[in-house]
Design a protein around this ligand. Structure first.
Ligand SMILES: [Zn+2]
Length: 375
């Protein structure tokens, strides 16, 4: 008799299923008996009674400077634009324009189907940095992109973190071989949105003291083993050195430059580099947990902060509006791995909201149609 008959297979399947269910039942009973709840499951409903002002539409038309639409060459833009309309998003910057034919298809789609509502940043490949034609090719890509209608350069975090030259050596953010490219961006009027490093907690031990423990559990490849990666501080020092070397180029230091948890430090950074502005994409939770300090930060640096969101999700914008516009207390953020804490509104004055929502971005991206922002 063969062991692996269909009959035996079902018997084993049944046995494993029953055993599995029993184990599950016992574990649940034990958790219940000993009051054990996993950190992910613990989600108490707040009993606090305070005024609550959910906002589904920004008070003023806004520019999202940090967005990714990876399917833009073939995307039907009409749904996206109607969602933008409902949020009061007048203009979206898709940072993932890539280059060459892909970029052209993005730009053609916009021209045909949503002119004046979307813009695209070009991306370069740094890994051929030691090729003889590296500069020539990339400067041509930038100039062609400008001619075709792209409005800036986006630099991914892979530069300084994982990108390697042909000998397998890491390419530093401030590698002098890139200098002429940063200069060219200045000449072309291309702002450079640059994401360097990651939250500093990704370099810290994955233990109970780590504020991003949950994120490192859910996304293990975000852990930056200090033995395999350069330190957080060394990468951002390289990035800041680029800002210093190229004062005629405008840099948008993405994600508050990963200094949203230390606004004194970010303030000195912005004071030090007149050519640097920043944006709040994916780091709203840092601001919403320190409303008093964050409000002062927005007042002090009102000309240097741009609105960005990063991952596109219509409902998640509501939390951004609520943190920026209201004085609500103790409300939910939408992603526990970024914030197991609650949000508080900053209650920004209208004059500052207008700067953050669109005036600062319009200064940097003058090709955007200003009549979209009559308010
Ligand atoms: Zn991004």
């Amino acid at each position: 008799m063969r062991f692996f008959s269909i009959k035996n297979f079902f018997k084993i399947f049944l046995f494993v299923s029953i055993l599995g269910s029993l184990c599950y039942f016992v574990i649940v009973r034990l958790h219940y008996a000993y009051d054990i709840i996993s950190f992910e499951d613990y989600n108490p409903k707040s009993t606090l009674v305070v005024s609550s002002n959910e906002i589904k539409r920004a008070k003023y038309p806004f520019i999202d400077i940090h967005n990714h639409q990876f399917d833009m060459p073939v995307k039907d833009l009409s749904d996206l634009v109607s969602e933008m309309d409902s949020l009061n998003m007048a203009f979206m910057v898709n940072l993932s324009g890539f280059r060459g034919q892909y970029l052209k298809m993005c730009l053609d789609n916009i021209k045909k189907n949503a002119p004046e509502r979307l813009g695209v940043f070009v991306n370069l490949n740094w890994e051929n940095i030691d090729s003889d034609t590296f500069l020539e090719n990339n400067i041509k890509i930038l100039r062609d992109a400008k001619k075709d209608g792209a409005i800036g350069l986006k630099v991914y975090k892979s530069l300084g973190l994982t990108d390697k030259d042909s000998n397998g050596n890491r390419i530093a953010v401030n590698d002098p071989r890139i200098d002429p490219i940063w200069e060219e961006c200045g000449k072309l009027g291309f702002p450079v949105l640059i994401h360097s490093a990651d939250p500093a907690s990704f370099w810290k031990p994955k233990d109970k003291n780590n504020e991003r423990w949950l994120e490192l559990k859910q996304k293990p490849n975000r852990y930056r083993n200090p033995e395999l990666f350069p330190s957080f501080e060394s990468i951002i020092a390289e990035q800041h050195n680029v800002f210093e070397k190229h004062p005629k180029t405008i840099f948008i230091n993405a994600h508050l430059g990963w200094m949203g948890n230390d606004l004194d430090r970010l303030s000195s950074h912005l004071d030090k580099y007149p050519n640097v502005v920043t944006e709040i994409g994916a780091v709203l939770a840092e601001l919403g947990r320190q409303p008093k300090r964050a409000r002062k930060f927005f007042i002090d640096h009102q000309d240097k902060i741009l609105f960005g969101k990063d991952a596109y999700n219509q409902q998640e914008y509501y939390t951004y509006f609520r943190v920026l516009e209201t004085e609500d207390e103790y409300f939910d953020y939408y992603r526990k791995r970024h914030a197991f804490w609650k949000m508080y509104g900053l209650g920004l004055p209208d004059s500052i909201l207008k700067k953050v929502y669109y005036k600062n971005a319009l200064r940097i991206l003058p090709s955007i149609n200003k009549s979209l922002f009559k308010s």
